[in-house]
Design a protein around this ligand. Structure first.
Ligand code: FAD
Ligand code: NA7
Length: 452
């Protein structure tokens, strides 16, 4: 390698942190010490897991990144996102139930990051404002704003890794007559606590993860009636009493909602669970990923390397729709590190383009969630093979069982324990069924006498 790479990582959420972690591992294994700078606009690491009560704009007038709500519990079993080199048992010193609250997962993530000792590579409260690729010098100019000092500066880097997530900028559609609605209208991005909607009649628009979870959260917290409405297809779960599904609304008149099937309902609040936009306002146009939410966004070799510009030195982590999360981000990060460090030889451009198209062809024939899981398992295992990962990252069977459980009963799937494929310790049940569990503190969750 002629000169030592200088890498800019944008975002210190799980993806950016995985890059710092994997980079440190290479270094600990005897490889060169790279100059890595991670810019993070918030004052702490964790990305979406760094919970904020704020909505709208942050304390500096920048868009608030957080989309997580206070009462969030993992919507997938922890056994599907467990790091093989840092298991939940390693972190907590004991077996804990399979669907932890937000604070427990954040604590777990931080344990691994603290162990890697990489915090000093992050410049907090620093917003990346602009990134361009310089063809003449084959490097990048990154312009940042120190939010605390209100100071803008520019730096040059040989490589850039984008890890700013894609669940922070809400997709807010317009509906006929919505301006006549007398109650509150919010997007799930701004949802923070369910108890606010106690005794209310709710309309939830959307039929994906946010719709599913907010319907349950609100009913659990005492909303009187919840109607979820779908555009393409219903979620089709066996819902607890008080939650129902209808086809999409057609019109709103005051508090009255009209649906496609000719029915009507009066509601107090509308929650738009209509998803998020990929939004990279700080990237020059030729570096900008333009996609909808999908398992294989076009233009990314191995789902990671940006092909349009940047001379194989510009990468994205975590831009896929996500069944796999932390372990997928981690293996992508390891792959990205291997590319930066010249450990992985990239094939010629034609082969890379062919590889992308092969994945997209496979993606185009997927029919249901089980197919999606199979596809993403293959994607994760392909990256693992590329980097020579010594662990088995395939948790397809756990995911499949979780989907079965959800379709059996969406209100109770979080009560079913799973076994870690790494520790093999039998899973334990939470002491209280999720629909009745209101104490989501780390202490109560971790230090419990479990019901076997
Ligand atoms: P993020 O976590 O979004 O982090 C991106 C970081 O980039 C942030 O810290 C942000 O401040 C920073 N940033 C953004 N723009 C800039 C800029 N211009 N300059 C500097 N810094 C910037 N996953 C699970 O595994 N289990 C769950 O239960 C789960 N629940 C979820 C619930 C909700 C409501 C949502 C929205 C997502 C959930 N996820 C869950 C998925 C989640 O996407 C991942 O767990 C993970 O947070 C993605 O990590 P990331 O690093 O890609 O992005
Ligand atoms: P998703 O998974 O992107 O889902 C968005 C939903 O919103 C989906 O059901 C869409 O319906 C629906 N949608 C989008 N636009 C419209 C309009 N115009 N009208 C009606 N319905 C619409 O976002 P989520 O927030 O649920 O999940 C994102 C992440 O957060 C997820 O990974 C979890 O970890 C938590 P469609 O099916 O396209 O017809």
């Amino acid at each position: 390698m002629a000169t030592t790479p200088r890498v800019c990582v944008i975002g210190a959420g799980p993806c950016g942190m995985s890059f710092l972690y994997q980079n440190k591992k290479y270094q600990q294994d005897g490889d060169v010490d790279l100059d890595v700078v991670c810019y993070e606009k918030q004052s702490n690491w964790g990305g979406l897991w760094n919970y904020t009560w704020r909505t709208g704009l942050d304390e500096y007038g920048e868009p608030c990144h957080g989309s997580m709500y206070r009462d969030l519990w993992s919507n997938g079993p922890k056994e599907c996102l467990e790091f093989p080199d840092y298991t939940f048992e390693d972190h907590f010193g004991k077996v804990i139930p399979s669907f932890p609250p937000r604070s427990v997962l954040f604590d777990y993530l931080q344990g691994r990051w603290n162990k890697a000792n990489v915090r000093d590579q992050i410049q907090f409260s620093t917003l990346v404002k602009h990134v361009t690729y310089n063809t003449d010098t084959d490097d990048f100019t990154v312009t940042v704003k120190d939010l605390k000092c209100d100071k803008v500066t520019s730096e040059r880097f040989s490589h850039v890794v984008v890890a700013t997530g894609h669940f922070s900028v809400p997709n807010v559609p317009e509906f006929n007559g919505i301006d006549t609605f007398r109650g509150r209208i919010i997007h799930s991005h701004d949802f923070r606590k369910a108890e606010e909607f106690k005794d209310q009649r709710l309309l939830i628009v959307g039929s994906s993860y946010s719709a599913e979870d907010l319907a349950l959260q609100c009913r659990k917290a005492g909303s009187s009636d919840v109607i979820c409405c779908w555009r393409t297809k219903p979620m089709g779960f066996k819902w607890p009493k008080g939650i129902e599904e209808r086809p999409l609304l057609t019109n709103i008149d005051g508090n009255k909602i009209y649906f496609k099937d000719g029915t009507t309902a009066d509601v107090d609040t509308i929650i738009l669970c209509t998803g998020y936009l990929y939004h990279f306002p700080y990237l020059s146009d030729n570096l900008r990923l333009k996609t909808n939410l999908r398992l294989y966004p076009d233009g990314l070799y191995k789902g990671t390397l940006w092909m349009t510009a940047g001379n194989n030195k510009f990468m994205y982590i975590g831009m896929q729709d996500q069944y796999y999360t932390f372990t997928m981000f981690d293996v992508q990060a390891e792959w990205a590190c291997a590319v930066v460090r010249g450990k992985l030889k990239l094939p010629d451009r034609k082969s890379m383009e062919h590889d992308i198209q092969e994945w997209i062809k496979k993606e185009s024939v997927l029919k249901d969630c089980y197919d999606h899981i199979k596809f993403q398992t293959a994607f994760v295992c392909d990256l693992a093979k590329e980097v020579g990962c010594k662990y088995n990252l395939n948790v397809k069977e756990v995911f499949d069982k979780w989907e079965d459980d959800k379709h059996e009963d969406v209100a109770t799937y979080r009560d079913i324990p799973f076994t870690s494929i790494y520790t093999k310790s039998p899973g334990i049940k939470h002491h209280t069924p999720w629909m009745k569990a209101f104490d989501d503190s780390l202490d109560t969750f971790v230090n419990q006498t479990p019901n076997k």
